[in-house]
Structure formats: structure tokens, C-alpha cells
Design a protein around this ligand. Structure first.
Ligand code: SF4
Length: 351
């Protein structure tokens, strides 16, 4: 599996590559210069399960802010830099645990060398990122448009520049909003390099379309053993990105822990507000660090059977529900008490 043999890279106190667990990243959407707001958002992301966070560094003030931000957070901090090599150097000097650059927009070889030298001095890894939206004109012409082959060639060219400067503490990311192009690019690059890959579908869209594109794209890529860190990009609150990323990793069996909720789609047999109940249960279980399955089923025809498969479940009746634990019906509960009864059971759960 590709993931087993990628180069091990340390980002702050986290380690990626070489078969280490796939880590979840997100990016703040606050002004990095706003230290208070950025720290608050990073803490919210961390509480949701974010393991590496990235902030944009478009100004010297933002680069300087990293130092204070870092002191107030518990996850590695990645600085995202475009165009100005001085920001990259300042970010490294102010404690960035990794920087993300596109050497193509940093400028001359001397400027790239200055950034690489600063990174080398502090062993700060560099993520070399290429994006379908900014693929070099020459590669677009050669490959008759933006293609997976062009993206891979662009990324490997950039990696080569840094390797020639004597640095290989690298991570690569190739992003495209075209899901299948992104999949193909990852398959291609995985056969040509052993650097860890940060995987994401860029500009994926709003909560609805972004989740679908990310689940499909990341699902195919990760299932092939490719990808060492992931980001689900959504137009919305970045905390939603973390929830989705966790869901994708869990569905693929790449992450354990947390309560899995299964619920039926409801039908004409349903006689309780199952949709409302299932949503409430999904939110409620997030506070329990249990590794179990909870079923929320609408009726007594299929409900008990499904609920018995789970560790604990509800099978709805007419204004009531059966509470089923480890395959046994333990109680008949009025509809309006189902949520609190389930909560009590989880509070006293022995794993
Ligand atoms: S579990 Fe019952 S209510 Fe839910 S979809 Fe199946 S038959 Fe319908």
C-alpha cells in the first residue's frame, strides 16, 4: 500500500507518512492578523477533531501573529504563503510547523533558496502545492488543457527544484475541483514519488455538493491506500469540514472511535417523529467517547431486527419506542422520553 511506504515527515508533534494514521486538516477563515479570532476558531476546530491547522499568511503582521497564536493552541500550525518569499521566511522564524508554498509563484531561484534554507535550518517541512486553477501555461498547452498528467508534472518539477537545493522534508498536494481528474492525478503521482500526500478536492462547494464531491474523491483515493493527510474543503464553517473528514475516514475504516448512528429512512409505517429523533440522537451522541453503534429505527417490523444488530437501539411504535440493548428489549418508553432514556443508557455504558 502506497501509504505504508511514504516518507515519514514530522509536523510539530505529529508524524505523517510511513503508514501513520491519516490526519485531518482544516484551514481557518479568520484574518490571521486577528489573533483572538484565529485562536478561537483553531480551538473550535481542535475540539471537533482537527489535527493540523493551516492559516493564510498574506502580510508580515500575519507572520508575526503566528508566534502568539502558536502559544495558545495545541495542534501543529501550517502557514500558507503565496507570492512573497519574505512571508514564508517570517512564518518559519515565527514558529510555523510547516509551510505551504507553490514555488511557481514564489519567484526566482534565489528567493526559493532563501525559503528552503530557512526551512532547512529549523527542519520545517514544506508542502509543495499545485492547483488546477494555477497550472503553468506551458503545461496547459503541452497537455491540451488542464490534465492530471500536467498537474503531476508541475508538482514533480517543483519538488525537483527543492530537492536540488538539498531539501527533501516535503509533502505534496495536488488539487483540482474536478473529482475524477484529482483521483487520476493522485494515482499517477503515487506511482512516481514517495513523498507523503495531502489530499483534498479543492473548491468543492457548499456543504451539500462539497461533501458529496469530497466523499467520492477522497473515498476513491484513500481506498487505494493513497493519502497521508486530508482536508474536506467546504464553503462554510470549517468545523463542518472536520465532521465530514472524520465521517469519511470512519466509513473507510481508517479511523475508529465515536458512536456510529444508523437510522432507517422512514416509511408509511413510521408512527413517531423519527427524523427529528435521529437528528437529535446524532447530535447528542457526539459528547460520548464510546465506540459503539446506536440504531434509530422507525417501526416494530424491521426495527427490532436492525436495532439488535446495534449495541443499543430504538424501534418506534405508535407514540412509543422499544429500547433494545445488546439484542434484548429492555423497556417500552413514551416517545417524548426516548432521547433522555437513551442518554441515560449511554451515561452508564460499560464498554
Ligand atoms: S424500519 Fe420500519 S419504519 Fe423504518 S423504513 Fe423500515 S419498515 Fe419503515
Amino acid at each position: 500500500m502506497y501509504r505504508e511506504r511514504t516518507k515519514v515527515v514530522s509536523i510539530g508533534d505529529r508524524v505523517i507518512g510511513g503508514g501513520n494514521p491519516v490526519l485531518i486538516q482544516s484551514m481557518t477563515n479568520t484574518k490571521t492578523e486577528d489573533i483572538k479570532g484565529t485562536v478561537a476558531q483553531i480551538r473550535a476546530l481542535t475540539a471537533a477533531g482537527c489535527e493540523i491547522v493551516r492559516c493564510t499568511v498574506p502580510t508580515m503582521e500575519a507572520a508575526l501573529a503566528l508566534r502568539e497564536i502558536k502559544q495558545q493552541i495545541s495542534v501543529p500550525l501550517v502557514a500558507d504563503i503565496h507570492f512573497d518569499y519574505r512571508m514564508a521566511i517570517a512564518a518559519i522564524e515565527n514558529g510555523a510547523d510547516k509551510i505551504r508554498i507553490n514555488p511557481g509563484n514564489i519567484g526566482s531561484r534565489e528567493r526559493i533558496k532563501a525559503v528552503v534554507d530557512a526551512a532547512k535550518e529549523r527542519s520545517v517541512p514544506i508542502r509543495v502545492g499545485v492547483n488546477s486553477g494555477s497550472l503553468e501555461k506551458e503545461l496547459v498547452e503541452r497537455y491540451h488543457g488542464v490534465t492530471a498528467e500536467g498537474l503531476v508534472e508541475s508538482a514533480l518539477d517543483k519538488v525537483k527544484i527543492i530537492e536540488e537545493l538539498g531539501y527533501d522534508n516535503l509533502v505534496i498536494s495536488i488539487k483540482s475541483s474536478d473529482v475524477m481528474m484529482c483521483v487520476k492525478a493522485h494515482e499517477l503521482i503515487a506511482s512516481r514519488t514517495q513523498y507523503p500526500l495531502h489530499v483534498g478536492i479543492t473548491e468543492a462547494g457548499t456543504l451539500y455538493s462539497g461533501n458529496i464531491k469530497s466523499a467520492v474523491g477522497l473515498g476513491i483515493i484513500l481506498y487505494q491506500g493513497i493519502g497521508d493527510t486530508i482536508r474536506v474543503s467546504l464553503t462554510g464553517d470549517p468545523v463542518e469540514e472536520i465532521k465530514s473528514a472524520k465521517g469519511i475516514l470512519k466509513t473507510l475504516g481508517l479511523r475508529k472511535g465515536g458512536i456510529e448512528v444508523v437510522s432507517c429512512p422512514t416509511c408509511g409505517r413510521t408512527e413517531i417523529d423519527l427524523i427529528g429523533l435521529a437528528n437529535q440522537v446524532e447530535t447528542m451522541v457526539q459528547e460520548f467517547p464510546l465506540d459503539i453503534k446506536v440504531a434509530v429505527m422507525g417501526c416494530v417490523v424491521n426495527g427490532p431486527g436492525e436495532a439488535k444488530e446495534a449495541d443499543i437501539g430504538i424501534a418506534g411504535g405508535k407514540g412509543v419506542g422499544l429500547l433494545i440493548k445488546k439484542g434484548e428489549i429492555i423497556r417500552k418508553v413514551p416517545e417524548d422520553e426516548l432521547l433522555s432514556c437513551l442518554r441515560k443508557e449511554l451515561e452508564h455504558w460499560e464498554q
